[in-house]
Design a protein around this ligand. Structure first.
Ligand code: AMP
Length: 601
């Protein structure tokens, strides 16, 4: 499936986007207040959108079936840009670099609002409507937002937020729902922009401290999108089913900005429910369905918990639905299934391959501060179990030994006794964020002197003889990275040994009695730390212990005895009804330990 010629040309014109690329001489971006469409800056994103087939669908609202074409997108963005300036009581040029927060549902309106802010050369701060008002106020204050834009759906929430205590109250900008794309005959003019002051700011989940604002300038966003496009071959024929929240890097860069750059179609179906996803996937393949007018979904990128829930519910579907969904997932229809944002358990990956008749989940690793950094390749042999592959195009990655603090050079992956050396992943290149907003201390702390970002994630690099031969592109070669987990929560130090919580979890999840688990470290007087597990049992697990009792610590020990060294096997096990996760399926292990085992020293 090839990229359009024009799109490839645009990507190759600016091989590495930098601030310099935007510091073109020429007219300053200005707004037009005469009733004509406002101009937009000549950035790679707007140039690409302008070059796409105007008839093709940019955005579809899955439930209503409403479609919005690339032909109307830029016009609606120009109109929204002007409205934003009017609401703020300023010329659009005077909004450059300002933070504009917005509360808009997953829809065409979200896309238009985000692009209008980028088109104003301002910084877009997407807010999650699911957050309590107090947290949203913190973000508004921390970012110093000048404007809070809201859709009519969240107007009450926005009022509630603004009625609370704030350092400085942002200007409220209410957006009307766009029911039909603009039919204006006028073309949107793209003008040179003096300097890139815009971008997007996402807030970290703040597991230890208050959330930090991660500033991703436009050139960084484009470098991220370009890198993904090269690796995963986004194209105008791709049709995304978008079910992710839009205040996170996964939903915004991987599943929104990159498809827009490539001219793909994004179909929003939110919030995620297993039934609605199965129904949508099946629609084009059901013989008695009005859904036959719906196109097959070709690209689906979500987190492991979503794949898990889909897998667990599949057998409850009707026979017709089961066969239609299998057809939808078959590699001939679904071009690419991606998993990330948390570790993908191998049994889940295998179950998806079996269900789809050969669609192997492609795993990648990334984070808010760096976009996507490591990825398996498009060729099936380059989607290796338990691995996140290679540094994506333009990403420089290295491992820094946890003990010696030296860089693990290629070829030095084993120590003198033949043991794997684990190291912190450090990253550099055009895809890395610029700074934590208004927090120079945190920014300085997380970068090395030679410009690498310290991710706080630990990995090993392994040679996999069957993979990395270049079938997925030049970037996907050599030894592959495997994530051991976050240094702060997943690397458990038992005596002198390091245990990767993710590796233990992976083994535990292959035991049928266990449906979900989180491996954590508890303090131990003897060993410094000991390994413990919090577990949700499967139906079978409830009677899988001795004499029909629930599966317990002894059964776990027996199950893992031949698979891992004794010090890695959890000493304690607690069974719970459910493990709390955030919107991206992540577990806050620090909180979980306190909840389940009580405070640790
Ligand atoms: P966030 O910034 O919320 O996207 O969280 C990023 C964190 O998620 C990373 O620092 C990793 O700890 C974790 N993560 C992302 N992708 C993976 C993956 N494929 N495997 C394991 N952990 C992952």
């Amino acid at each position: 499936m090839g990229l359009s010629k024009r799109y490839l040309e645009l990507l190759s014109r600016r091989p590495t986007w930098s601030t310099a690329a935007f510091r073109c001489t020429g007219q300053k971006s200005r707004s037009i207040t005469t009733g004509r469409l406002a101009s937009l800056p000549r950035t790679p994103l707007f140039e690409a959108i302008k070059s796409h087939d105007p008839e093709s669908s940019a955005v579809i609202h899955s439930l209503s079936g409403r479609q919005f074409s690339y032909g109307s997108l830029l016009k609606d963005v120009a109109i929204a840009k002007q409205r934003l300036a009017n609401d703020a009581g300023r010329d659009a040029g005077a909004l450059q670099g300002e933070r504009i927060a917005f509360l808009v549902e997953n829809s065409y309106d979200y896309v238009v609002t985000l692009l209008a802010i980028l088109g104003t050369n301002a910084i877009a701060v997407p807010l999650s409507p699911a957050f309590p008002s107090g947290e949203l106020r913190y973000i508004l204050d921390q970012s110093g937002a000048l404007v809070l834009a809201t859709s009519s759906k969240f107007a009450t929430k926005a009022d509630d937020v603004l009625n609370g205590e704030l350092d400085k109250k942002p200007i409220l900008s209410r957006r009307e729902k766009i029911v039909q794309g603009s039919k204006s005959k006028e073309d949107v003019v793209l003008e040179e922009m003096e300097e890139d002051k815009g971008g997007m700011m996402l807030y970290t989940s703040g597991t230890t401290n208050r959330p930090k604002g991660v500033l991703l300038p436009q050139y960084t966003l484009m470098a991220q999108a370009k890198s993904l496009s090269e690796a995963w071959h986004y194209s105008p024929t791709d049709h995304f089913l978008h079910v992710l929240p839009l205040h996170h890097i996964h939903g915004t860069v991987n599943a929104l900005l990159t498809p827009l750059l490539a001219g793909s179609t994004i179909e929003f179906l939110f919030p995620f429910t297993v039934d609605s996803v199965w129904s949508r996937l099946a629609a084009p393949f059901l013989s008695t369905s009005s859904g036959q007018t719906k196109k097959p979904i070709t690209f689906f990128t979500v987190v492991p918990t979503i794949y898990n829930r889909l897998l667990q519910s599949h057998s409850t579907l009707s026979p017709d639905m089961q066969s239609a969904t299998k057809e939808a997932l078959h590699p001939k229809n679904m071009r690419l299934n991606i998993s990330g944002s948390a570790a993908l358990p191998t049994p889940m990956k295998q179950a998806w391959t079996d269900l789809s008749n050969g669609n192997v989940l492609l795993e990648r690793y990334g984070m808010t501060e760096v976009g996507m950094a490591l990825s398996c390749g498009l060729a099936n042999e380059d989607r290796v179990d338990g691995s996140v592959g290679w540094p994506l195009p333009s990403v420089e990655a290295r491992l820094v030994d946890l003990d010696t603090k030296t860089v693990i050079e290629p070829g030095e992956e084993l120590d003198s006794s033949g043991k794997e050396r684990s190291g912190e992943i450090q990253l550099r290149g055009p895809t890395i964020f610029k700074e934590y907003w208004n927090n120079p201390t945190a920014t300085a702390k997380e970068f090395t002197e030679d410009g690498y970002f310290k991710t706080g994630d630990v990995a090993v690099r392994r040679n996999v003889p069957s993979a990395g031969k270049g079938a997925s592109g030049e970037w996907a070669q050599g030894p592959m990275y495997s994530i051991l987990g976050r240094l702060s929560a997943d690397i458990i130090k038992v005596g002198g040994e390091k245990v990767s919580a993710l590796e233990v979890e992976r083994e535990m999840l292959s035991i049928p009695a266990i449906s979900e688990c989180a491996v954590v470290g508890l303090s131990s007087e003897t060993w410094g730390q000991k390994v413990a597990a919090v577990v949700v049992l499967s139906e079978a697990g409830k009677t899988a212990g001795k004499n029909g009792k629930p599966f317990g610590a002894m059964d776990l020990r027996r199950g893992l005895k031949n698979k891992m060294a004794a010090f890695k096997i959890p000493q304690e096990l607690r069974v719970v009804e459910s493990i709390p996760r955030n919107a991206m399926g992540k577990i806050n292990k620090k909180q979980l330990v306190i909840q389940v085992f009580g405070p640790q020293q």
